[in-house]
Design a protein. Structure first.
Length: 423
């Protein structure tokens, strides 16, 4: 079996440590060129592919005309190495972007991968593990917004702490779902470098959503998402996209665009195109919470999003909508036709074959910024909280249930739990 040469790992430790300290891709490259890794690679991003058999990758190299190369091999069974030449993309000044896709992945298997410069030089080897697709979990992360506290190292360390604690509690996590605002400054490579700094980011795919602080072309430089559709507004960082994992359909919307007709058409098409796949659960993700408990809740653009999206969410029988933006936690009652269905919850926090949709607004997963709760008593809210510590939510899915458990990272105490059961 073909194996990877890891001789470059020790050589590159100085470059990696420097990049973590200063939060700068450029600094990492400068050190690497002075004697670090064989290949100069930064900001490695993994994302779910269009289904569980695929994985999307993107990364930065020093500006070049030669596309990079991705090699992936399964380490727990005999097999050949899959080698893919990346598609060379635009990057920030001095950088080239690379995008590649791996296909043919099997469930519950261990893989090893490495990235090369296309000239025979390789970066350090990393790994990932695919999970069960019938019963699985993913981690919901709200607004890391790295850089918003004015202390980049603090945000980076808190982001790393949240990821490590979440993975420690749920080590078999399939992927992370972000609800947007990965960084604070949409054109800051230092912010992006700090966001990508945790080792977990090289081992677990992240389905990112575009937040208002991501709304620049730099977002597209860093993330390679599947099934993306273009939006008419050319000022947006990217379009809507979807993917499936097992019997779940995920639809991520770029709500920086207020054109709800486009978003509705996208959702209708995604549902139609997966109609023959026995989809049991449908989850929609976007950044701007339309049922939040923070100061943004009553803004005109939020009200328009709610009015434009909710009828389609009802019509498409969406099970859950995951959102961010207001840096506070909220979970609604089951909602339909803009009204709470309070009688749907029985046996504590479990809803049995309920009508309507639950809307969850995630708080900051890095603690870089928190917002006060609004003064009003929102009729749609079942639970709301501003803990002023980072939180994350574990979302567990089985053929018969969809459950949400939210934790605070300082004590790892569970602060909310909710489950939908389908007979």
């Amino acid at each position: 079996m073909k194996t990877f040469n890891n001789r470059s790992i020790k050589k590159g430790m100085a470059a990696l440590l420097l990049s973590l300290v200063v939060g700068s891709s450029a600094a990492a490259m400068n050190m690497a060129q002075a004697g670090g890794h064989d290949a100069v690679v930064t900001d490695v991003s993994m994302a779910p592919g269009q289904d569980e058999t695929e994985m999307n990758f993107s990364w930065y190299t020093a500006e070049t005309a030669t596309p990079g190369v991705l090699e992936v091999r399964r380490v727990d069974a005999e097999g050949t190495t899959q080698t893919v030449t990346a598609e060379l993309k635009e990057g920030a000044s001095g950088f080239s972007g690379n995008e590649a896709q791996i296909t043919g992945l099997v469930a519950e298997a261990k893989y090893e991968y490495r990235i090369g410069d296309g000239k025979g030089h390789w970066y350090e080897t990393s790994n990932f593990t695919t999970r069960d697709t019938e019963s699985f979990n993913f981690l919901l992360m709200g607004d890391p917004q790295i850089g918003s506290s004015c202390f980049l190292s603090k945000d980076r360390n808190n982001w790393t702490d949240t990821l490590e604690k979440a993975i420690s509690k749920y080590p078999e996590t399939s992927f992370i779902q972000s609800v947007g605002d990965q960084v604070d400054d949409p054109e800051s490579e230092k912010d992006y470098s700090a966001y990508f700094a945790p080792d977990i980011m090289k081992q677990l795919p992240v389905a990112t959503t575009i937040g208002n602080h991501d709304n620049a072309k730099y977002y597209g430089y860093h993330f390679n998402v599947p099934n993306e559709t273009e939006l008419e507004d050319p000022g947006n960082a990217g379009g809507d996209y979807s993917f499936t994992y097992g019997d779940v359909l995920f639809m991520n919307l770029n709500t920086n665009s207020g054109n709800t007709e486009e978003h509705v058409q996208f959702m209708e098409k995604a549902v139609e195109e997966t109609a023959d796949q026995a989809i049991k659960w449908k989850i929609v993700v976007f950044h701007h919470s339309i049922y939040s408990v923070g100061g943004h809740a009553g803004e005109d653009e939020i009200v328009k999003l709610r009015e434009g999206l909710v009828p389609a969410i009802d019509a498409l029988d969406i099970d859950a909508v995951l959102m961010g933006h207001d840096h506070s936690y909220a979970r609604t009652h089951q909602m339909k036709n803009f009204k709470p269905l309070k009688g749907e919850t029985v046996k504590g926090d479990a809803a049995i074959s309920p009508e309507g949709t639950v809307y969850i607004t995630a708080n900051s997963s890095s603690g870089s910024k928190f917002y006060d709760l609004a003064d009003g008593k929102e009729p749609y809210v079942a639970v709301k909280a501003q803990l002023e510590v980072p939180t994350f939510t574990n979302v567990a899915i089985t053929p018969d249930s969809l459950s949400f458990e939210t934790y605070r990272t300082d004590t790892m105490k569970k602060v909310d739990a909710y489950q939908i059961n389908k007979e």
